[in-house]
Design a protein around this ligand. Structure first.
Ligand code: SAH
Length: 364
């Protein structure tokens, strides 16, 4: 398991890494009232102020005391690129120089931020470019939330509601603690006050973490990257399936506590000649019988280095129709931002690949 590098800074208090109760405790230790944490949260998240000096309603002594012990780090916006469909991709640089991508999808009525949870990814799904990078490291909670801080500011969306999908680089359940902490910080009523209903966590289905998630008070919507109805097929596409198989994942989904009218989304990347046959659709329908599900078909976003092809529109329609005929709720994901390589599975930051030896070290 990779360690999250904390910057070597003589000031040990990383403000953006703290949940509000933690900040309250730290303020208490400094001899300041705990309610100041509310003000600081408001400045950092609602006003989007990136430094302590600008927090003008904090008493000067508190600002001086904090300046001595605390840092407020914000990912640097390196580059942004806009698709013809309005989707925007943001390249961000973290404090240690590593880079990640986040995507803004301006669907109406909901604006959506697609966030990364890791630099790279260890899951190595056969059709995903991020998977080709390997895992460089996990993101901290502050780095996950930092993407929202940067995007809200860059897009001038301070008062606009938004949704979050954890579908950028990385496997969120592989970085469980920091991801859940990020959701708690995002949900804080004195910060972004984001309801977990506005968050969708997408996962390959790491079973122990999925079972932990089922107990969480801040429960996001769940999306499972299924991609195939049998272990034989899925094992070739999503290597972790050799550890946590299709049946176990579906059983865990059946036990997963859902909100009233809640459903689990099953993502299914359609690959020509691999998992798009009518028989695959029928098997999928049988597998999902009895699960409160909706199926999101994702026609492959093809790319150089990805050894698969997108099925024809007819094959996609035929697949969707078979599922619908079996009374499943089906949608076909519109591919957004393909011209700027911001679509699903296309996020990759060059020059961050690890050598196989480094990769192994990271995973242990
Ligand atoms: N690790 C998480 C979230 C990141 S990927 C997960 O696997 O769910 C978000 C979605 O994009 C996943 O369903 C993933 O399988 C899909 N995806 C990856 N590469 C793709 C590609 N080339 N074309 C279409 N979808 C892709």
């Amino acid at each position: 398991m990779s360690k999250i590098p904390r910057q070597k800074d003589p000031r040990p208090l990383f403000l953006t890494e703290l949940e509000r109760p933690e900040l309250e405790a730290a303020l208490g230790e400094l001899g300041h009232p705990r309610f100041r944490a509310q003000q600081i949260f408001h400045w950092m998240y609602r006003r989007g102020v990136p430094d302590l000096d600008a927090m003008t309603d904090l008493p000067r002594e508190l600002r001086t005391a904090l300046a001595a012990v605390a840092t407020l780090t914000t990912p640097a916006l390196v580059h942004r690129e806009r698709s013809i469909d309005g989707t925007e991709k943001f390249l961000l640089r973290l404090a240690d120089g590593r880079q990640i991508e986040s995507v803004f999808i301006p669907d109406t009525p909901a604006m959506t931020f697609c966030l990364s949870t890791q630099v790279g990814c260890a899951m190595a799904c056969a059709f995903c470019l991020t998977g080709k990078m390997g895992l460089a490291r996990h993101l901290t909670a502050g780095e996950i939330v930092g993407q929202v801080r940067v995007l809200v500011h860059a897009l001038d969306m301070r008062d606009a509601p938004f949704n979050i999908v954890l579908m950028g680089m990385g496997e969120p359940l592989h970085n469980y603690d920091e991801t859940m902490k990020a959701l708690r910080i995002l949900g804080d009523p004195h910060g972004f006050a984001l309801s977990p209903r506005r968050v969708t966590l997408s996962t390959v289905g790491l079973l122990p973490a999925l079972e932990r998630l089922a107990q969480e008070p801040m429960m996001p919507n769940l999306a499972i990257s299924l991609h195939a109805p049998t272990d034989a097929q899925r094992g070739d596409l999503v290597p972790i399936n050799r550890t946590y198989g299709v049946k176990e994942i579906i059983d865990a989904c059946k036990r997963f506590p859902l909100r009233k009218r809640g459903r689990i989304t099953f993502e299914y990347v359609l690959l020509a000649g691999v998992n798009d046959a009518p028989q695959d659709a029928r098997r999928l329908a049988k597998l999902l019988a009895g699960v409160r599900s909706k199926v999101n078909l994702i026609p492959l976003n093809a790319a150089a280095g990805i050894p698969f092809e997108r099925p024809s529109d007819e094959a996609i329609d035929r697949f969707a129709k078979i599922l619908a005929d079996h009374h499943l709720i089906v949608s076909v994901r519109k591919s957004r931002g393909r011209d700027i390589r911001a679509a699903c599975g296309q996020l990759i930051v060059e020059g961050q690949r690890k050598s196989p030896a480094q990769q192994l070290a990271v995973m242990m």
